[in-house]
Design a protein around this ligand. Structure first.
Ligand code: URA
Length: 239
């Protein structure tokens, strides 16, 4: 269900007139809702469902589209609402952006890093649709050293516990200490907990996971918990 607003507010949201001037259009008999003239003030309409015309012309809310990146902290869910009432990524943007943003894809509760957020449904759909093979790069800290054999398996593609076969991934070692290794991995799908499960399939556990880029758009040095608008160049890269 769409948001329900007063008719004069709706007229203002469509960029037709101020609320006050909208009230005058209503009392002048210029406004029709679902084909019926409305002259009384205060009736409510549902955005996206009710059809409103002013002086015979249909009107629609002007939507400003937002495209932002957030450095998601660990301990936040990337859905707008959570059944356990845990903090949500939208809590980090809602004071400054009033539009209803939603996350583009997901990051696990215990994963940090680059999360795109938008109110543009088409944009979100394109980025998350499997057929677009959007590249996502992560830094994973593993519980022990990774062998050449494991690297090669991941590079070729592995079979996850549910039978899904991953496409070839780019994997490189960033740092290898005794007892731990830090690995950069780029994947092209977005299955649930995919990176963690890929490493599991070669006998490794991911101790921490951070996404650092999506389709060439880099998290850079954006601090954890902060967000910024994407540049037009970044938006066009993603589109
Ligand atoms: N892969 C994972 O395992 N977790 C994420 O959050 C993203 C990719």
């Amino acid at each position: 269900m769409g948001e329900i607003v007063r008719l004069q507010k709706y007229i203002a949201m469509c960029g037709i007139a101020s609320r006050r001037a909208g009230e005058k259009l209503i009392s002048d008999g210029e406004v029709f809702v679902n084909g019926k003239k409305v002259t009384e003030q205060g009736i409510k309409v549902e955005i996206g469902a009710d059809k409103v015309t002013v002086s015979g012309k249909p009107i629609k809310p002007v939507q400003k589209n937002y495209y932002i990146m957030l450095n998601k902290p660990i301990g936040y869910v990337s859905t707008a609402k959570d059944q356990f009432d845990r903090p949500a990524v939208t809590d980090l943007t809602k004071d400054e952006i009033k539009a209803r943003l939603f996350p583009v894809g997901r990051l696990d509760y215990d994963t940090e890093g680059l999360l795109l957020m938008t109110n543009d449904g088409d944009f979100a759909y394109k980025i998350t649709h499997p057929k677009h093979n959007v590249e996502k790069t992560y830094i994973a800290v593993l519980n022990r050293g990774i062998t050449a054999a494991a690297l090669n398996k991941l590079r070729r593609g592995v079979t996850l516990s549910d039978g899904f076969v991953t496409s070839p991934a780019e994997v490189s070692i960033i740092d290898a200490k005794s007892g731990q290794s830090i690995v950069k991995i780029t994947i092209h799908e977005g299955k649930n907990r995919q990176v963690r499960r890929m490493f599991e399939s070669v006998g490794l556990k991911v101790d921490s996971l951070k996404r650092i880029s999506i389709s060439g758009v880099e998290l850079g040095n954006l601090p954890v918990g902060r967000w910024r608008h994407l540049t037009s160049h970044e938006i066009s890269k993603l589109k």
